[in-house]
Design a protein around this ligand. Sequence first.
Ligand SMILES: [Zn+2]
Ligand SMILES: [Zn+2]
Length: 153
Amino acid sequence: MAINTNKRIPVKWVRDKAKSAYEKKAKCYICGSTSELELHHLHSITWLLESWANKNNIDISTDEAILAVRDSFISSHYTEIYELVYTLCNRHHVQLHGIYGKSPSPSSVSKQKRWIELQCEKHTSGDSNFRGSSYTSYFSQFLGEIDGTRKDS
Ligand SMILES: [Zn+2]
Ligand SMILES: [Zn+2]
């Protein structure tokens, strides 16, 4: 199945190269925080690289091999690498990967997007106690109804 035995190495080469051109926004898309910002790819570069290599029968098992195809991989995945990205603070980034995994599968792209938009809406709706996950949100809502001090929608 997998061409290479160590997934991290080829991906790292791609990241190093692509990083210089990343356009990170000035604040977290969800909460507006300006510290510890990170870039999240809706499409995991690990997945993109492996499926591209498999599909085209390209060897990415050595540094030399990956360096030889790196530019062509990046240019044929320009949208996924540079446009379908979100700038998130570390907290929200970690939270997202906690839900969708370290390398989210391609089938989760629309779900990730919905999750991000939902967190963003919740944040801008002014609930300052909101902790970011729907799990927490559910319980704070639940507790709010119990003690009657607040009722979030
Ligand atoms: Zn954030
Ligand atoms: Zn990410």
